[in-house]
Design a protein around this ligand. Sequence first.
Ligand code: F7E
Length: 341
Amino acid sequence: MTHLIIGVTGQDGSLLAEKLIGEGEKVIGTFRRGGDYGNNDKAWRLDELKIKNLISLEPLDINDIFHFQKLIIKHNPDIIYQLAGNSFVGDSFEAPQSTLATNINSTINILETIRSLNMNTKVFFASSSEIFDSSTFEVKNETSKMEPLNPYGISKLTVYHLVKMYREAFGLKVSTGIFFNHESPFRARNFVCRKISYNIARLKVSGGPSFSLGNIDMKRDWSSAEDFVDGICLIVKKPGDYVLSSGNLTSVRSLLIEAARHAGFEPKFKGEGLKEVCYDAITGKVLMTISEKYYRKIDTPGLMGDSEKLEKSTGWKKTKGINQVICQMVEKDINRIKNKI
Ligand code: F7E
């Protein structure tokens, strides 16, 4: 089968490509047109996973439907995975127009292409737990009330509705994964888990200044990105909308403690509010300070997801908890820094 991964250079795209290539599948991967793909480090994940030469790479502006159609006609994929787009919630307050335009136009372009060319292609779209109503803390599933609090969540709610509408109205085999937070050593450094793992590793290996975080008492339902990639492969076989989550809430503070201990520090906290710091009780060195800069205008309160539908209809099972994942992330970052990767 031929698989087309839109956004193959991102965390989820590269892990999905690795899995499919390992299974002997043919993978076409797209990266953002205009990026200096050959030389900049956008492809660092594919390089590290040693799969860059095993993928047919194509530049793509997913907002240009004609460009997308040419690609589809050229490769005629059996399955398309839309994993590209703006995914940083914090930034979406600063750039609402481009967040909405990119995430929504790309969805329409793919759906309309499949429909108008009468293709039998299956398509997977990534949506987000940021679509849910966070005024109540009940566990969220596919039938829970949806009411996003930020431009990113609004764009992902539109993705969810469009996919559902095209599936129901036109019979397309299209699916949405409603992703809660998911992490791996291949996460970008602007997301909090990788920011922690990278900086803790840096402080361990080469020292240097402390790093800053925002509200460390925020909680999230965090999972392993590799588990979600397994979920994507199961979902495309049974088109529908599915929540992917761990069903547990963990605070940023507790992940910081886990990461620091795993690196050999003895993390302790002192001070309050913006003056709070995390230091290593063995050496007295300050590891982390708080900065108002990383507080969100509105921060979605921690919500928990319920993946029962996915488990029951596909047999999906999570294999790792977030504490295990953050420790792997720290180890990987320590290795990268030591080996100057
Ligand atoms: O923040 C808090 C921050 O940026 C997690 C994306 O995959 O999951 C992700 O979005 C929490 C928030 O992820 C810092 O305020 C504290 O409460 O890692 P994050 P996110 O915003 O939850 C959802 C489901 C998606 O769909 C998104 O695409 O951590 N936090 N201090 C911080 N966050 C960051 N980034 N940096 C800090 O310094």
